[in-house]
Every structure is written in structure tokens, then in C-alpha cells.
Design a protein. Structure first.
Length: 356
């Protein structure tokens, strides 16, 4: 799925000009650059959060359709910037997974992290951290520190595990955004996190260690693909001269994904599914959908994950290939046409999750 690219506006210096007629239109707030997006959530005195999207109605912004100096454009841009309501994302996920993943579960923000990277909105990781860090402000200092360290490490690990699916540069940008946010809000935590030892390098020093990594990679792969594992491995080898299979088992699964001390196998499987879903890769999304089932995900959790992806896409103003029918390179945004029936059929597996 193609994603919007950044652009630069070049403007000449303004000179005096005769007054011109200005037409005023009332329009809905417009999307803007990802680094201008912000969180909207309301907090009560007891520390609970209410999704702002549930407590207030949508507003409109009146802007001028005539040209204006750059300072006026900047003011208009700030007035109409898109906003991400993380409290609503948490609410949407909790409502859909009330049995298997209560609202206290970290799964919603692990998957939200992956979705922001997949939708090319990795700078919003900084704001996700800001939202989450306020959730623990009512705790004792000792408990707050422990909880926030756990949150930071999960977000960091989610970025790492998503990197192989959404692109390494996206993960780098997200990790730097997270680091900057923590340095700003909790500098003491930043020092602790920066001193963490690698979860993966210590077990890669000898041939025996490498063999163990390969074995654990194959074990996770077989958990995900179950009886289909031999067929998938054969297809991967046939299309790549064997290199894709070697790389997937030893590096992607063995080195990266099979490390489960911070994010477990089930959460990892769902992260793989949600990244493929967001990126419009239907065959891979289908494989990891059923892989998540093999890892223990139930219908409630799968439905909640898809609805979370729907809501994140809506808030950051990007297309949803699984719903809007926009194929790879076919355009952005909602309502730009269905895929051909043969391509649309690739997403029918989701009916299993979304059926009540």
C-alpha cells in the first residue's frame, strides 16, 4: 500500500496587494503532518481517562480560501491539525477484547505501536509515551518507576519486532522518538533504559549459541504455521535459492522474534498480523491471522485487533486496504474504489474474526 510522502512548500516574499474578496467556507478539520498531531484525552481527579471523541462532538473550522501570508497559513495549520485520541484507542480495544485482554493489558499499546509504524506515523510514538506515562502518575513513585520501565521496554521491543515487517528506518525513527520523549518526561528512567543490556547479543557468541537461536526460530515458525510449515518453507526456498528460508529462520525468527522475555509469542504473532494487515499484504496477513490462532488468540482478541487498526487508520487519515479495497499503489484515503473481485477475495478470511 502506498503511503503519503512528505513535501516542501516554497513561497516568495509577500508584497502589498489590493484587498481581494475572501470566500469563507466551514469545513471539517484537515489532516496535517505527523509531527503536528497530538493526543486528546480528558482526565478526572481519580486518574481515569475518558476518550474525548466520546465526550465531545466533532467541531468545524472556518478558513479562508484566498491566498494568505505564510504566518496566516501556519496559524490555520495549527488550528486544523489532526489529533490522535489514544484514550479512544484503548477504549476500542478493551471493548472488543473484554474476555481475553482486559483494559489493563499492554496488548493494545503494543499493537498501536506497530500500527503507527506500519502507517508511517512513527513520530507519534513520542505522544503515545506521553499518554501512557500519565496513566501511572497516580501510583506511588516506586511503582510508577517500575510500571513505566515495563511500558517503555514493551514499546521499544514492539518497534524492534515490527522493524522486519514495516521497515528498519521506521523502527529507528520510532525508537529515537521514544527516547526523546522519555528524556523529556522522565530523565531518570532514560538513564536506566540506556544502560539496559542487549537481550540478543549475549546468546550469539559461539556456534552452539547460533544453533540454539536457529532451533528457537524454527520452533516459533512451526508454532505459527503448524502443519503448513513444510509447504511454506519449501516455497520460500524455491523463490530465493534457499536464502529467504535461512534468513527468516535464523535472523528474523531466531534472532529477533523468538526472544519472548518482554513480548511473548502470542503478542508477537498478533503484531505480525497487524503489520501485514496495515500494509495491505493480504496473503501474509492471512498467514499471520491463522498463525495468531495457532498461538492461542481467540476471536475476541482478533476482532479487537482489527477494530484497533480501523480506528488508528481513521484517526491518522490513511487508507484501510482490508476495508476500503485500496491495493498496493492504488491511491490513498477512504472511498477511492474497491479492488478487483479477485484481489478483494484475499481479505475474506477476516469475516471469521469480525462475525459476531
Amino acid at each position: 500500500m502506498a503511503h503519503p510522502r512528505g513535501f516542501t512548500i516554497f513561497a516568495r516574499a509577500w508584497t502589498a496587494s489590493p484587498p481581494r474578496r475572501t470566500n469563507m467556507h466551514s469545513i471539517a478539520s484537515l489532516p496535517t503532518a505527523e509531527d503536528e498531531e497530538s493526543i486528546v484525552s480528558s482526565s478526572s481527579s481519580d486518574g481515569t481517562h475518558t476518550p474525548s471523541s466520546l465526550s465531545s462532538s466533532s467541531s468545524t473550522t472556518t478558513i479562508s480560501t484566498t491566498s494568505a501570508p505564510s504566518s496566516d497559513i501556519a496559524r490555520t495549520k495549527l488550528a486544523t491539525r489532526a489529533k490522535v485520541d489514544f484514550s479512544l484507542l484503548e477504549y476500542v480495544f478493551a471493548q472488543g477484547s473484554v474476555v481475553e485482554a482486559p483494559s489493563s493489558s499492554p496488548l493494545w499499546y503494543i499493537l498501536t505501536t506497530a500500527l503507527l509504524l506500519a502507517f508511517h506515523k512513527e513520530k507519534l510514538i513520542e505522544e503515545l509515551w506521553t499518554y501512557l506515562s500519565t496513566r501511572y502518575a497516580v501510583c506511588s513513585q516506586e511503582k510508577e518507576t517500575a510500571d513505566l520501565l515495563a511500558v517503555a521496554r514493551r514499546i521499544r521491543e514492539a518497534c524492534l519486532k515490527a522493524s522486519t515487517l514495516v521497515g528498519f528506518p521506521r523502527a529507528i525513527n520510532a525508537l529515537l522518538a521514544l527516547q526523546h520523549a522519555i528524556q523529556t518526561t522522565h530523565p531518570n528512567l532514560s538513564s536506566i533504559l540506556e544502560a539496559d543490556q542487549s537481550l540478543r547479543s549475549a546468546a550469539s557468541t559461539t556456534p552452539t549459541d547460533a544453533e540454539a537461536k536457529s532451533a528457537r526460530g524454527m520452533a516459533l515458525f512451526q508454532k505459527i504455521y503448524a502443519q503448513h510449515s513444510p509447504r511454506v518453507l519449501t516455497a520460500m526456498s524455491a523463490c530465493s535459492g534457499g536464502d529467504l528460508t535461512f534468513f527468516a529462520i535464523n535472523c528474523i525468527y531466531g534472532e529477533l522474534l523468538a526472544e519472548n522475555s518482554i513480548i511473548g509469542d502470542l503478542e508477537t504473532g498478533l503484531l505480525e498480523f497487524i503489520c501485514c494487515l496495515a500494509d495491505g499484504c493480504a496473503p501474509q496477513a492471512k498467514g499471520h491471522f491463522f498463525g495468531s490462532v495457532n498461538l492461542g488468540a481467540g476471536k475476541d482478541t482478533l476482532r479487537a485487533a482489527v477494530r484497533l487498526a480501523d480506528e488508528v487508520a481513521r484517526q491518522v487519515r490513511v487508507g484501510r486496504p482490508w476495508k476500503d479495497g485500496i491495493g498496493e499503489g492504488e491511491g490513498e484515503g477512504e472511498g477511492e474504489g474497491r479492488q478487483e473481485d479477485s484481489s478483494w477475495d484475499e481479505w475474506k478470511f477476516l469475516e471469521r474474526a469480525m462475525a459476531e
